[in-house]
Ligand binder design. Structure first.
Ligand code: 6PG
Length: 313
């Protein structure tokens, strides 16, 4: 089961090879048939330790930060830079494990603004040279219905930062064709085709990076929209009065919650009130859509001290 542990991690460098890791092996079809749920992992194994890459424990400076009582693992880093490093360690660990066991790695990234410094660091920080881009399928969690060259296109930014520089094979970089009327249908087809090369039990996204809007939306799952009720499709449209324009195409709960590993990156003091409300309030997912992110795999919240701070804290 997912352990509801809350941890404060001040490690500056956390080797991806020193922690035991777990892989979920239940099929995506099971997730499609169920609403948000938790269930046991299938497979657990460890990669061999690397002797010259041990974590460097640091004494926390100042009082321990508060850890919001969210579900899943909560990792509060000292600042955005350390939060990005912790997220990067998770990414390297998962990528190598998936390539080792299945030969490829399905990675889905979000837009918004928070993750872009992290995306930049993936291309520039030597720590990430080991990422197996040649074996990675890159997906986008959601897209705005604008042309690729529009400033609001999530893919445009991800393409400029990652696709152009990572060496990922073009056929493995999967944009949502946002201006096509049936964009969601096309993307679902692309996902199912790519997944079909795997054993049925492994047909899922391996790593999903989500953000959180200040109204509690995640991906392009906005409050009070029909997209929140989707239980069958992997990708759907999302529009309506609560959607920040333009209209969107988004991965759905069934696809996101079937993922092997989901990381939510929420940084900065402007995220703090919503983190607190999500962690302690009684609103349900129709009001705060991020509350239905309950993956069958691992969920990690990557916060910094500012976003984790309690009100008046
Ligand atoms: C999008 C997103 C969205 C985003 C949040 C947080 O395309 O808008 O994928 O879900 O992650 O709105 O956005 P910020 O990082 O800009 O706060």
């Amino acid at each position: 089961m997912i352990t509801d542990t809350a941890a404060f991690d001040m490690r500056r460098h956390d080797s991806p090879f020193t922690r035991p890791m777990r892989l979920s092996c239940s099929p995506i079809t099971r997730a499609l048939a169920q609403e948000a749920h938790l269930h046991p992992y299938g497979l657990a194994y460890s990669l061999p330790p690397m002797t010259n890459d041990a974590p460097i424990p640091l004494a926390p400076d100042g009082p321990s930060p508060s850890v919001p009582p969210l579900w899943g693992r909560v990792q509060v880093s000292a600042d955005p830079h350390e939060a990005a490093e912790a997220l990067g360690s998770d990414l390297i660990e998962q990528a190598h494990a998936c390539v080792a066991s299945m030969g490829d790695f399905h990675l889905a990234l979000s837009g918004g603004s928070t993750p872009f410094p992290f995306y930049q660091s993936l291309m520039t920080d030597p720590m990430y040279r080991r990422l197996p881009w040649d074996r990675t399928h890159l997906w986008i969690v959601d897209e705005r219905r604008v042309p690729f060259d529009h400033p609001k296109s999530n893919w445009r930014q991800i393409h400029e930062i990652i696709v152009d520089h990572s060496g990922i094979p073009p056929a493995q970089a999967h944009a949502i064709e946002a201006m096509e009327q049936d964009a969601a249908v096309r993307y679902e087809r692309a996902l199912r085709t790519a997944f079909s090369r795997r054993a049925v039990t492994e047909q899922r996204l391996d790593f999903v990076l989500l953000g959180m809007g200040d109204n509690g939306h995640t991906a392009s799952l906005f409050p009070q929209t029909a997209a929140l009720r989707e239980r069958k499709l992997l990708v759907c449209d999302c529009d309506g009065p609560t959607v920040t324009p333009p209209a969107r195409v988004t991965m759905t709960y069934p696809l996101l919650n079937a993922a092997r590993f989901v990381a939510v990156l929420a940084l900065g003091s402007e995220k703090a009130p919503m983190i607190h409300r999500v962690a302690t309030g009684s609103d349900d997912f129709t009001v705060l859509p991020i509350k239905n992110i309950r993956p069958s795999g691992t969920l990690v919240w990557h916060l910094d001290r500012a976003s984790a701070a309690p009100p008046n804290g």
